[in-house]
Design a protein around this ligand. Sequence first.
Ligand SMILES: [Cu+2]
Length: 116
Amino acid sequence: MGKHLFPTCVLILYLLGLVACGTVPRERQLELTVTAAGYDRPRLEAQVGEQVFIRFRNADAIAHNLTIALPSGQRTVSADAGVDAILAFPARQAGTFRMFCTVPGHTEQGELVILP
Ligand SMILES: [Cu+2]
């Protein structure tokens, strides 16, 4: 029992240190639902340094995707009818970035604002 105490203390101090130094990215959980009327919100917000998780809920009867044009490249997640999918990425740079669906003929759109 006693010989496990020291490594446990070291581990706890290490984890506390990571949190205190900010090297563990904060998480930003967001949700976006798509219906036949489009995305349910025109704007999502996150902050530089956060790990962003967008739960993309497809409440429509056909497949859609969520594509975001980030400075590091385009990120896409597709969701079949009635299915949820997750788009995850680090928010590295502040700005306003277009969100849209790339399925031909589809017009869903909005913007992701990454605050400095
Ligand atoms: Cu679509």
